[in-house]
Design a protein around this ligand. Structure first.
Ligand code: C2E
Ligand code: MG
Ligand code: MG
Length: 922
């Protein structure tokens, strides 16, 4: 899957690279095409234009060269004719260059304004000269033959030989240019020497004229068009430059030329005219030129222009096309650049969009495969289009197996428990077009036939316009969750130890069964079963043993129950019973009897001990007792107390007086609590005397000063005295006020022992010792040995170990312990032996009857004897008559308490009573 994604991504990237660097290829080709076409067109045009320019220039040069040749020819012709005429004139004058010759020369020169000088040389060597350059011409004419003289005139050998050839030439001869060394101003005054031989009567003479080169120009060129870049020249056949305008800068007239023009002329002696192109040595630049031979003379006229002019000319005509081509190139380049940028931007946008799309797809795929839920997507036909790994694991099918198959073929769901098929949610989404949740308690049957509890929903997938594309089904395995939930629910309603329903579930069922009983007009029995003396088992054998016993007990009870009945553990050793569908009360009683019987078989503890056990059951039945579920339970509880009171190991039915007693007890508790709150409690004291020695102490007895009923003794509130919520409060009050009173008497010199009654719940309270200590600490003048705590058997029966420890701790504080009402409960003397008591108070019920009842007499005798053996003090309570006192003294019971001695009295009366005390028995 991931591989597929990355492949498509790289393909997208290579595609985009075609665009990335250059833009679209066709655009680039078009641009290059335009460039090439324009460039080729430009080159072709340029070439043709160049050819045209060159041809045009050549034509111009040829024309000009022809004109120069013609002008030169004419000028030469004129000069020859005029010199020939002058020679004849001179010859006709017979004088050997007499004075007329000079006149003639001057006259001639006057007619030749372009000539610098003219002279004649006689064969005798005589020379006659006229004109500006007279001196140079004289020297020239006379010394040309002489090489030394020639050197003096600055002529090189080649010059000289050319000049000498001219001097001896039989006809008109144009010599190479020479420099007038004698010209003023130090100027470079070059002259062309023109020779014309004259055949005289006797001999041959030579006429010589000097044609000055002004700025390299022959006089005849005066009218010619002369642009500054153009040069005109006259070249001799032998290579000497005759004239050149502008004058040569690199070469001189004094040497033969070997530049391109000269070479052309030498190379093509037969051609009357020609065109050349090459390096001109005269000025050292490349030039294009045309030459034309001067007819009749060994001269060539030439015109040339530098290459740059040719270029400039060409450029002049080709500037516009070039600019056009350039513009075209620029335009196409800009156009291409613009389109490329546009393309690149579009490409960038496309790539970004592609990237975003890819990322979104990637994200969706990664999400799909990383979520913990199983996901299946289908098309609109309900065929699987995709599924993630979680779905694969849950269904047991591989993705490849199911793609394209109908969802129902792989996704089988049924109702938990009943296994009835459940409508496929995807079909429902396809029909209804909205999100659909799976039905509760849906179970998926996997490929292997395993069952998996699942949960969740299906939702439609829509396109942008809202059209249905398919369905996404999301679900997850809740097998474990459902198991845990069920377990938690069971835990919340069941007891962990016995596995029985707990109080919550019991109340639930009670309400339910009560409603059912009404509907079916049957009776419902509600019972509470409580083990007798289970606490002792816990104390003696530990909690583990207690737990084991409870478990076994639960099992035994359950075997005695019918299905439909409920046995629940309400807490501790208390069990709830619901017996349904009762038609006869007997049925309930039989069931209860069976249960009690089942429990009577002794239990075997893991340690091997045998524990005999019994239980008491309180019962009530609906609708005879037409009470609410809560009251039914309370009534069963009252009946349980009745069963306990009736001696345990039995069951009792609730009756209405029970309820009344319960209400009364509550009222008493309220009254006692109010008295505590409002300070209506007080203590009276009843003296205890020793027959021989008189008063030894007093017992503090609680009184309630009722606002309406007057002073009440404990008989009016006895049931509330040891109520769990009141016992400690009362105890603390009694300790504080009795100790305060005793301390007062001690201070007054009346060292009376004070006995206080402590309820079982206060004694067993873990704060009791601290309470006692605090009371002692608050009364430092009262020695602890003057304090006695009276307890009944109740406390040790409730928790023997704690009672034993507490009483031992009291002893360690110095406080005495008295066992009150001795003989009324189940306590035996051996049991007594284990408690750290110093005093036994024989209950008044025995004392009262010792006179008439020999059994009581025997008991008292036994108790007194045993107590003596144990070293305990014995006090007889309820001594109402002197007779009793006498009898008791005979039984060697010396300590007495009772109306016969004194009634309980207010503390103020005690000192008086002691003073007036008369011993009963002597
Ligand atoms: P008890 O501790 O056995 O106290 C002796 C009871 O016998 C007292 O009754 C007393 O007045 C009564 N009495 C004494 N001599 C005679 C006699 O010759 N004939 C008859 N018929 N009765 C006699 P009282 O004061 O009504 O107390 C009743 C019970 O209330 C006490 O029995 C004790 O168990 C409890 N009680 C009294 N005061 C307190 C107290 O401060 N705290 C607690 N927790 N219980 C107390
Ligand atoms: Mg007492
Ligand atoms: Mg008593």
């Amino acid at each position: 899957m991931r591989k597929g994604v990355s492949l498509s991504h790289s393909r997208a990237r290579s595609e985009s690279s075609r665009y990335h660097a250059y833009g679209p290829r066709w655009l680039r080709r078009l641009w290059l095409g335009i460039m090439v076409v324009v460039l080729i067109a430009w080159v072709l045009l340029a070439w043709s234009d160049w050819q045209q320019t060159r041809a045009r220039e050549i034509t111009g040069l040829r024309t000009l060269a022809a004109a120069v040749a013609k002008g030169t020819q004419e000028m030469m012709g004129g000069t020859r004719v005029s010199l020939t005429l002058l020679g004849r004139q001179l010859d006709s004058d017979h004088s050997n260059l007499g004075p007329d010759a000079g006149k003639m020369l001057r006259a001639y020169l006057a007619l030749q304004p372009d000539m610098a000088a003219v002279g004649i040389r006689m064969p005798s060597g005589q020379v006659l000269v006229s004109g500006g350059s007279r001196r140079f011409l004289t020297e020239f004419l006379s010394g040309l033959d002489d090489p030394a003289n020639a050197r003096r005139l600055g002529l090189n050998a080649v010059q000289r030989s050319a000049l000498v050839r001219c001097l001896h030439s039989p006809g008109f001869c144009l010599g190479p240019p020479v420099r007038d060394l004698f010209a003023g101003n130090g100027q470079d005054a070059w002259m062309i020497p023109v020779f014309q031989p004259v055949q005289g009567a006797r001999d041959r003479q030579t006429l010589l004229a000097l044609l000055p080169l002004r700025d390299g120009r022959l006089p005849s060129w005066r009218g010619l068009p002369m642009p500054s870049w153009m040069s005109i020249f006259l070249l001799r056949d032998d290579g000497f430059l005759e004239s050149r305008f502008p004058p040569p800068t690199r070469a001189t007239y004094a040497v033969r030329q070997d530049g391109i023009a000269a070479r052309y002329v030498f190379a093509h002696p037969e051609r009357p005219s020609g065109v050349y192109y090459g390096l001109s040595t005269a000025v050292g630049q490349r030039r294009l030129g045309a030459v034309q031979r001067v007819t009749g003379y060994p001269l060539v006229a030439g015109v040339s222009i530098p290459r740059s002019v040719l270029w400039a000319d060409w450029w002049d005509s080709f500037e516009a096309p070039t600019a056009g081509a350039l513009a075209l190139l620029l335009l196409s380049t800009f156009g291409y650049g613009y389109l490329r940028r546009l393309g690149r931007e579009r490409e960038g946008e496309r790539q970004r969009a592609e990237q975003t799309l890819w990322e979104a797809k990637e994200r969706a795929e990664v999400t799909l495969h990383s979520i913990g839920d199983a996901v299946i997507t289908t098309d609109t036909q309900g065929r699987v289009t995709d599924m993630n790994v979680v779905a694969e694991a849950l269904l047991g099918y591989a993705r490849s197996e199911v793609l394209g198959t109908a969802l129902e073929d792989v996704f089988h769901i049924v109702q938990e428990g009943t296994h009835t098929p459940v409508a496929n949610p995807v079909r429902r989404v396809l029909e209804e077009g909205k999100v659909v949740g799976l039905a509760n308690h849906t179970v998926l049957i996997t490929k292997d036939g395993e069952e998996r509890a699942i949960e969740d929903s299906a939702a439609p997938i829509r396109d942008r316009r809202g059209a249905l594309l398919g369905v996404v089904l999301v679900f997850h395995d809740v097998t474990e969750k459902r198991r845990l939930t069920a377990e938690l629910a069971h835990q919340a309603t069941h007891d962990a130890l016995t596995g029985l329903p707990n109080r919550t579930l019991f109340l639930d069922r009670l309400a339910h069964d009560r409603a059912q009983a009404t509907r079916h007009e049957r009776q419902l029995a509600v019972g509470i079963l409580d083990l007798d003396g289970f606490k002792l088992v816990n104390d003696r054998f530990g909690h583990a043993a207690g737990d084991a016993l409870l478990q076994e007990m639960a099992q035994r009870l359950q075997t005695k129950m019918r299905s439909g009945d409920t046995l629940a553990r309400m807490g501790g050793d208390e069990f709830g019973l619901l017996l349904t569908d009762i038609t006869q009360i007997d049925e309930v009683e039989h069931a209860c009897a069976r249960m009690l019987e089942a429990l009577r078989t002794p239990f075997h503890l893991p340690g091997g001990e045998e524990v005999p056990l019994s239980a008491s059951i309180g019962l009530t039945s609906y609708p005879l007792d037409d009470s609410s579920p809560a009251d039914l339970l309370r009534h069963a509880d009252l009946a349980l107390y009745a069963a306990k009171a009736a001696g345990r190991d039995c069951f009792r039915w609730f009756d209405w007086p029970m309820d009344k007693r319960q209400e009364e007890a509550m009222e008493v508790r309220k009254m006692l609590e109010n008295a505590l709150d409002r300070g209506h409690l007080l203590l009276h004291y009843q003296p205890v005397v020793e027959i021989d020695n008189g008063p030894i102490g007093v017992e503090a007895l609680l009184r309630l000063d009722h606002p309406e009923r007057g002073l009440l003794s404990p008989a009016a509130f006895a049931s509330a005295l040891d109520a769990p919520r009141l016992a400690r409060r009362i105890g603390c009050f009694v300790l504080a006020s009795a100790f305060a009173q005793a301390q007062t008497w001690h201070r007054q010199g009346l060292p009376l022992r004070v006995s206080v009654n402590i309820g079982a719940h206060h004694l067993l309270d873990q704060r009791f010792l601290a309470d006692l200590q605090a009371a002692l600490d608050a009364h430092p003048d009262l020695p602890p040995s003057s304090v006695e705590i009276e307890i009944t058997e109740t406390a040790p029966l409730l928790d023997f170990a704690v009672a034993q420890d507490t009483l031992a701790a009291c002893n360690r504080l110095g406080v005495r312990i008295a066992l009150d009402d001795f003989g009324t409960g189940n306590a035996s003397l051996t049991y007594l032996q284990k408690l750290p008591a110093q005093t036994i108070k024989i209950d008044q019920s025995f004392v009262r009857d010792i006179i008439n009842d020999p059994k009581d007499y025997a008991i008292v005798t036994g108790v007194v004897a045993s107590a003596r053996l144990l070293g305990l003090e014995v006090i007889a309570e309820g001594v109402e008559t002197t007779e009793h006192a006498v009898l008791l003294s005979h039984l060697r019971c010396h300590c007495l308490q009772g109306y016969a001695i004194a009634r309980p009295m207010a503390p103020e009366a005690i000192p008086d009573w002691i003073i007036r005390y008369n011993p009963l028995v002597n």
